[in-house]
Design a protein around this ligand. Structure first.
Ligand code: GDP
Length: 447
């Protein structure tokens, strides 16, 4: 203390109490996770799930089973939607449903993106779940380009995010990016179809791809094992990357093992159901399941399907990792490619110190690059139109020439015939003995 150090303390008022505290070295930042927890719970979470697969493969039923919800078969069309204000994602708008599902099989693919959104709550934690459904995918006779509208939906959601980031006011950025894509494989037990492989190859570097074998209750355990290994081989041969639950240095053995198992068991053979049946072990309880004459399939029974694995990965263990990979790897990749394509280069010295002027300059440059691109596209279209018009004019000119020539030939022929006739007449006039019907005295007149 100061006294011990030989210092003279100023006289203390009698009412003042001096409390001696012991400094333990604990300053309080160990509490940061708690602060983070409180903040996250207040903010809530969101997850955007893209479901792709032929109509009737059980997509809606599986989502309902996963989240214990009641999504309907069709959502809000988002060809014209959810771009930013997110009105189309509100539950209020869900009444305005318009579906093509269930119609006759069409020749060409008519994929329509439909979205439904619900905020669900569990123990005070809110999750805004958005279901993006590629309705009509794989339903047509010719499905060659079925993947295109889905890919452009993923890209346009990235573009929308990029636009929000480039705004002057970036305080309220809405995350509509696709966090995970569940790809539904038909339970044929054979091999993946060309459309399955094409789709997976096109989107695997744009979203977290998780393949599932739907309605797996129609396959035996052996058939599922064989089908799974064939699918994994095919995906590997085509260079398709699936979502791999990450492992960190500080993870314990159990977590590492869980992550490994979850990855190795893909594609998950799942079963979904919208109804509840009596629990065979406890008839008082009702469980989500499917009842058959030969028995009951419980959705949440790990011996019956991989449903629990999918739910663990998607919700319980790796929801945040799905979101994080979307934001830090997939979106960043897309963003840098996009900016480079717009002619913007990153100058590291600029980013060393934040300077609002530089930021504004950057935004201006971005805007100008966009305008330049738009202008060049318009020019190209204009040039194309002019070329087309010129070609058309050339064609009609050629046709006109041809018609003109034809007419001319016809007239020349007629003229020739008349001249021939005239010649004959003259001959007969000159030589009346050859029984010409023309009288001799009119000869001069005729000439
Ligand atoms: P979606 O068009 O892909 O959304 O398919 P739905 O979820 O509407 O399901 C289509 C039909 O398949 C419904 O009659 C469901 O009851 C049935 N279904 C859904 N999941 C399963 C499943 O895991 N197994 C079986 N056997 N049928 C299922």
């Amino acid at each position: 203390s100061a006294q011990e150090a030989g210092q003279v303390l100023p006289p203390q008022p009698a009412s003042l109490k001096i409390v001696n505290r012991q400094i333990t070295g604990y300053v309080g930042f160990a509490n940061l996770p708690k602060q983070w927890h409180r903040k996250s719970v207040r903010r809530g979470f969101n997850l955007n799930v893209l479901c792709v697969g032929r109509t009737g493969l059980g997509k809606t039923t599986l989502i309902n089973s996963l989240f214990n919800e009641n999504f309907s078969d069709t959502g809000v069309r988002s060809g014209e939607t959810p771009d930013g204000n997110d009105q189309s994602l509100d539950e209020d708008t869900l009444g305005d449903k318009n579906s093509q599902v269930g119609g006759a099989v069409s020749m060409r693919n008519t994929v329509k993106i439909e979205t439904q959104s619900k905020t669900i709550e569990e123990n005070g934690v809110k999750l805004k779940l958005t279901l993006i459904d590629a309705a009509g995918f794989g339903d047509a006779i010719d499905n060659t380009d079925s993947w295109k509208p889905v890919l452009s939906e993923i890209n346009s959601r990235f573009d929308h995010y990029l636009d929000q980031e480039n705004r002057i006011n970036r305080t309220k950025i809405e995350d509509n990016r696709v966090h995970v894509c569940l790809y539904f494989i038909e339970p044929t037990g054979h091999y993946l179809k060309p459309l399955d492989l094409e789709f997976c190859s096109q989107v695997h570097d744009k979203c977290n791809l998780i393949p599932v074998i739907s309605k797996s209750d129609i396959l035996s355990d052996e058939e599922i094992e064989l089908f799974k290994s064939r699918i994994s081989n095919q995906l590997r041969e085509h260079g398709v990357t699936l979502f791999r639950p990450p492992v960190y240095k500080m993870d314990d053995n159990e977590t590492i093992q869980t992550s490994k198992t979850l990855y190795e068991k893909m594609p998950y053979a799942v079963v979904g159901s919208n109804s509840f049946v009596k629990d065979p072990n406890n008839p008082e309880l009702m469980v989500r399941g499917r009842e058959y004459p030969w028995g009951i399939i419980e959705v949440e029974n790990s011996n019956h399907s991989d449903f629990n694995l999918l739910r663990d990965l998607l919700i319980k263990q790796y929801l945040e990792e799905l979101r994080e990979r979307t934001a830090h790897e997939l979106y960043e990749n897309y963003r840098s490619k996009k900016l480079i394509s717009l002619g913007i280069k990153q100058d590291n010295s600029v980013f060393k110190e934040f300077d609002p002027n530089t930021r504004q300059e950057e935004e201006k440059r971005l805007h100008e690059a966009k305008l330049a691109k738009l202008e060049s596209e318009m020019k190209t279209v204009f040039q194309q139109k002019v070329t087309e018009k010129e070609k058309k004019l050339q064609k009609s000119e050629t046709e006109l020439f041809a018609r003109h020539k034809e007419m001319k030939d016809k007239l020349t022929k007629q003229l020739k015939a008349l001249e021939e006739k005239k010649h004959q007449l003259e001959l007969s006039l000159a030589n009346p003995s050859t029984s010409s019907p023309v009288p001799q005295k009119k000869k001069g007149f005729l000439r």
